[in-house]
Design a protein around this ligand. Sequence first.
Ligand SMILES: [Zn+2]
Ligand SMILES: [Zn+2]
Length: 359
Amino acid sequence: MMGPWQTGNNSVAIFGKIICQKLKEPIEQSVYKKIARDLANEMISNCESLNGNRSNLEKHILKTLAEEEDFDKYMIYIHNPRDHFKSFIRDEVSRYITDKFSVRVLPKMKENIKLLQQKIMKAAHESTEHVQVNSGDVGLWLKSFTQQLSDELIFSEKDLSGVKHDDVDDFNLLEDAVIKELPAIMSEISSRFNTKTFSLNLDNKDRPDELLIDHFCQCCWVQCPFCKAICTNTIENHHGDHSVPFHHINGIDGCFYRGTTNVSINICTSSVASDQSFYPIDLDDAVLWKEYRRAGGVYAQWSITADLSELPYWKWFVCRFQEDLETYYNKTFEGNGKIPDEWRKYSKQDAIESLDQYI
Ligand SMILES: [Zn+2]
Ligand SMILES: [Zn+2]
């Protein structure tokens, strides 16, 4: 036989090689799992939209919606807010990865793989010492080796069952074989890192976007029964009623004036300060806005405080998308629902800037 190994040592070298081959997949999994966590943490500290609480995220979502002027996306935000939040987070993550792949993602993965390589080499070395001190066999070597790597790699002695190795008794040679083979395995894994496959190789559970979705979506998602504004309480601080600092214009979720086809331009926080009344869903009797809780059910679970300061954002929105809203709900902004002229003076820029009051 050619090669540096004597016949007897050949099986040790082959066994070392097999160990490294079997480590390939666990190493790859571990590297992707680690980078997913690293990226999620990095984005929480570096990305404007993600470096605060959910209200800050919502502010960025509304800003982006205004910039894109995409009515369909607005309707998802209004009617399925959680879906819109999720897709916004996914877009942020995918843009970050695309923009920063070579400057942040790749170097970090290479650094992680280097650390992992050192850890595996150390585990091989310490297993050799452990077996020599205890006059153990290859079984003990493997046990010690896999145990040392158990925090990082999903790998056990079982992965080597079926591979003959009872005759391995030179542990220095085994250690050398592993150390010799490892760099090739690591560069093979590294060579597969690229923007195209990155996202595909992430595990479904351990993806930066899923980690961030978990982080931001553990909140109350109950929406105001009048305007669909989302309660801003977190699960931890939610002791009583739902509440939100800024309500929308009621018409954006299709509310209208009873007996007409006119979209409602009321804003909950102004309405509760007025002498007007509303008709709760499924009830025939009007209830005064001031006493909205008397409508019971979902209405009684909200705390809506009178506040006459109104966000220009939603005023700009109904002016900009008046026709789309009219078509979407098959109603018109007429009669009581006529849009006041002063709302039309707000520019998109005014709308976006008004979001700074948001948090
Ligand atoms: Zn409301
Ligand atoms: Zn709530």
